[in-house]
Design a protein around this ligand. Structure first.
Ligand SMILES: [Zn+2]
Length: 493
């Protein structure tokens, strides 16, 4: 392991490293690396921001012995060791590990003229294992031989993931079979919940690291119990119940009675969330973990107010949304054409094919060069109680004309992700453009629609050959058929 320090010290850095005044809120956080307490200079302050331990970049360079480069102009912090490079930007939650973008719990910031970065992220990316003892305010770092392999997907080691193999309910007791005993964990590994939300039939739990909860379905009363082992409440934005239950506001959802949460056990801590229902057997659920959030997606199967197809024909309702339009041209192609025209041309071809499908009712958000607002598009689909929502777009990065490929977006819901995977597969196969993958993205039309929803970026209009292809009738026909094939496969038609 190369341990040289390569610090680019500019005048700005001297300012950054000026001694900070001690004040009442100074934490006495200790950092222990491989059993040895780091000797932090007196003027160095470790700060706790919403339960994220932030350390000055000086500590990263001098004590953790990584190469650090601070660029005042771009506000970039570049941390490097061996072949590994991570780049963080002050005020931005998006960071880069090599060339891959990752999402931080918390953005680096400047506190009292000092750039501070989240110690967990930096350490874990550099192959250190991180523990946090909340009671004693101690960060423990341990060298590991193999750094985490997948920087983008949380940072938990397999070694600490307990797997639930089976869940049973007998003798009034949930019986949970695990691949190993979940031993009471010390504070050093206590996970912290920062936020709880229930909206659009999704329970969203923001955590400081990935935890696999134990989920149990119970009757009398009908409920789903979600237990987070070795987990406590962190700096929550909503009140933390002391000795009693907190309640989440859920809005008016048929079949859902209430969602409550509590610190179910102390020592080891365990957070319990209870979703109380009228009828638990009419609910399917999916769980996933996306950028610091555990998401439980509830699907009320026999919803008492079922989707009413507009025609009353029992057909599946598919909403096709040609992006932009009218006053909103979208992006511009390399030959100065507007994205909105491509979107509409392709969407109309999709519509033409879907009109031939006996079991599908197709509804367009626009059929001409007009601009319905994004909220209007969302409302249309939600009011129809549509089965599927597909938004059609073309990409463009004029500054990078060599960029090419097809990418597909969904937002959080497992059903949307499944639809995205299927449609994307068909599109990539039919067009043969570069596969840029299926991505989670918070885009209004797929975020606020309540049905499985995807946004397709078919290709790059800023690339000369891709633009030519996308503007051709034959390629649009292929793309339209692929989108329809994907929708039909998803709807099992
Ligand atoms: Zn667009």
């Amino acid at each position: 392991m190369k341990k040289s320090i390569l610090l680019f010290l500019f005048s700005a850095l001297i300012l950054l490293f000026m001694p900070v005044q001690s004040h009442a809120a100074t934490t006495q956080t200790k950092i222990i690396l491989d059993g040895q307490e780091l000797n932090l200079p007196n003027e160095v302050e470790v700060v706790n921001v919403r339960n994220n331990i932030m350390i000055p970049i000086r500590v990263v360079a001098e004590n953790l012995k990584f190469n650090v480069n601070w660029d005042q102009k771009t506000q970039n912090v570049n941390i490097q060791q061996g072949s590994k490079t991570i780049t963080l930007t002050v005020g931005k939650q998006e960071a880069y590990v090599g060339n891959s973008a990752v999402f931080l719990n918390i953005a680096p910031q400047i506190i009292k003229n000092t750039v501070v970065v989240p110690i967990r992220f930096v350490s874990e990316e550099m192959g250190l294992r991180v523990g946090w003892n909340n009671k004693e305010k101690i960060v423990t770092l341990a060298s590991t031989t193999s750094p985490p392999s997948s920087p983008a997907n949380g940072s938990q080691n397999d070694a600490t993931t307990n797997l639930v193999d089976e869940i049973n309910y007998a003798d009034n007791q949930p019986v949970v079979s695990l691949d190993r005993e979940i031993t009471p964990q010390s504070d050093a590994t206590t996970n912290l919940i920062h936020e709880l939300n229930y909206a659009n039939n999704q329970l969203v739990v923001s955590l400081d690291r990935e935890v696999t909860p134990v989920i149990t379905t119970l009757k009398n009363p009908e409920r789903i119990v979600v237990d987070f082992p070795a987990t406590d409440f962190g700096n929550m934005s909503q009140p933390v119940p002391t000795g009693s239950m907190g309640k989440l506001s859920t809005g008016d959802i048929p079949n859902l009675t209430e969602v409550r949460y509590s610190l179910f056990k102390n020592d080891p801590a365990q957070v319990r969330i209870v979703i109380e229902l009228n009828n638990v057997s009419s609910v399917n659920y999916n769980q996933q973990y996306i950028t610091g959030k555990f998401i439980l997606d509830l699907d009320m199967v026999n919803d008492p107010t079922p989707a009413t197809p507009i025609s009353g024909s029992g057909k599946k309702i598919v909403v096709i949304d040609p992006g932009h339009g009218g006053s909103d041209p979208g992006t511009t192609s390399i030959t100065n054409k507007h994205e909105k025209h491509f979107n509409l041309a392709l969407a109309l071809k999709v519509q033409a094919i879907l009109l031939q499908e006996p079991e599908i009712e197709v509804v367009m958000t626009r059929e001409t060069d007009v601009y319905p607002t994004r909220s209007e598009r969302v409302k249309l689909a939600n009011d129809l109680n549509a089965d599927v929502f597909v938004s059609i777009h073309g990409n463009s990065v004029l500054s990078s004309p060599q960029t090419t490929g097809t990418e597909t977006f969904y937002y959080q819901r497992a059903s949307s992700k499944e639809l995205a995977n299927i449609v994307h597969k068909h599109l990539v196969k039919a067009l043969g453009l570069k596969d840029r993958g299926v991505k989670n993205g918070s885009l209004q039309v797929i975020r606020e629609t309540k049905m499985p929803a995807v946004l397709l970026e078919v290709g790059f209009l800023s690339n000369k050959s891709e633009e030519e292809a996308m503007m051709s009738e034959s390629v649009q026909a292929k793309a339209a058929q692929a989108i329809v094939d994907g929708i039909k496969e998803y709807l099992k038609l």
